[in-house]
Design a protein around this ligand. Structure first.
Ligand SMILES: Cc1cc2nc3c(=O)[nH]c(=O)nc-3n(C[C@H](O)[C@H](O)[C@H](O)COP(=O)(O)O)c2cc1C
Length: 327
């Protein structure tokens, strides 16, 4: 399906968060944001039930599937599967520092082998006609100089890659948990700005610590895109004005209120529940919607306590939202 999209604002790949239900939900808030999947490993795609990872709806578009792997032939096969299933882009994870990922020799540790990443990129791009993008950090372990980062990006750009998403902090592969690796190494936006200034032909998105549309607009003065992770998951409502403010589309429909947004999500919940998707899976992305509003705690508690036992998740969501006083 031919979909026109740009990368001015994208939602980060987040394991256990950006599954197809979350992507459907976020799409109700913005027509234009680019939605990334959770990371899917090539082993999972090639050796288990691929439909489990590739299944989605056209309503989620524009959407990207992120792959984790380091074997060029496997990545090529998986990229083809991603393209055939309909996604608009395939992304290679070079930024995740978890032990599990390091044991598989992919994620952030790939930053130590720029030639392998270039080979992976080439194999992927040769296999598909959709864009292949790279998500990386600004460095890894003691390899954190500007020269290291420039050579890493330059080598992959020489292989033909045009789209990079840079989490603007380095990763420590030993000693920090994945969570700490999203908080402890300091953010360094300057490195990403410098990359764009020195390689203006590349499409560069910045990621890490971005929480508002104002901040997004400011960063877009110099950069091609902004990627938001945790804030979009924990406080999705701020995305409601994204089409108008970030994509200059004032005519795009947007929900009138948080409750109207949930109402719009309910038919999907009913359809998925009828297919056997557990209520816990369907409601788990909704906890942050009323953050800061009176009754938000009761709403979260009600969802959390009752989701494991309900037979009707749509009814559960209706009851939970009645506990919040504001619309
Ligand atoms: C729960 C969680 C899971 C994540 N999973 C992935 C992943 O699968 N692939 C990836 O490239 N990054 C992953 N990340 C990192 C995010 O994509 C993003 O780079 C990071 O959270 C920084 O952006 P933020 O400050 O806007 O959250 C994850 C982050 C979180 C919080």
């Amino acid at each position: 399906m031919n979909i026109d999209f740009n990368r001015r604002l994208s939602i980060a790949p987040m394991l256990d968060c950006t599954d197809r239900h979350e992507r459907y939900f976020l799409r109700l808030l913005s027509k234009h944001i680019l939605l990334y999947s959770e990371m899917v490993t090539t082993n999972a795609l090639l050796h288990t039930d691929p439909d489990q990872f590739l299944r989605h709806q056209e309503f989620e578009y524009p959407a990207v599937l992120q792959l984790g792997g380091s074997n060029p032939a496997d990545l090529a096969k998986c990229s083809k599967m991603v393209e055939e299933s309909g996604f608009q882009e395939v992304n290679l994870n070079c930024g995740c520092p978890s032990d599990r990922v390091q044991n598989g020799n992919f994620g952030a540790c790939l930053m130590k082998d720029k030639n392998l990443v270039a080979d992976c990129f080439k194999a992927m791009q040769d296999a598909v006609s959709i864009p292949v993008s790279i998500k990386c950090r600004i460095g890894v372990d003691e390899l954190d100089s500007w020269e290291f980062f420039r050579d890493f990006i330059g080598t992959i750009a020489d292989a033909g890659c045009r789209v990079f998403i840079v989490h603007a902090r380095k990763a420590w592969l030993k000693g920090l948990s994945p969570k700490e690796n999203r908080e402890v190494p300091p953010l360094n936006y300057d490195t990403v700005h410098r990359l764009k200034a020195e390689m203006p032909q590349l499409n560069i998105s910045i990621n890490g610590g971005i929480k508002t549309l104002d901040q997004t607009l400011e960063l877009l003065q110099d950069l091609d895109g902004v990627m938001v992770g945790r804030e979009a998951y924990e406080n999705p409502w701020f995305l409601r004005d994204a089409d108008e403010r970030i994509f200059n589309d004032a005519s795009a429909a947007k929900p009138e209120s948080r409750k109207a947004l949930l109402e719009a999500y309910l038919p999907y919940v009913e359809m998925e529940a009828a297919r056997g998707t557990p209520a816990t899976i369907l409601v788990r992305h909704l906890y942050g919607l009323f953050n800061g509003k009176p009754g938000a705690r009761k709403y979260r508690q009600y969802l959390g306590e009752n989701a494991p036992k309900t037979k009707s998740p749509a009814e559960l969501i209706r009851r939970a939202m009645d506990l919040v006083t504001e619309p």
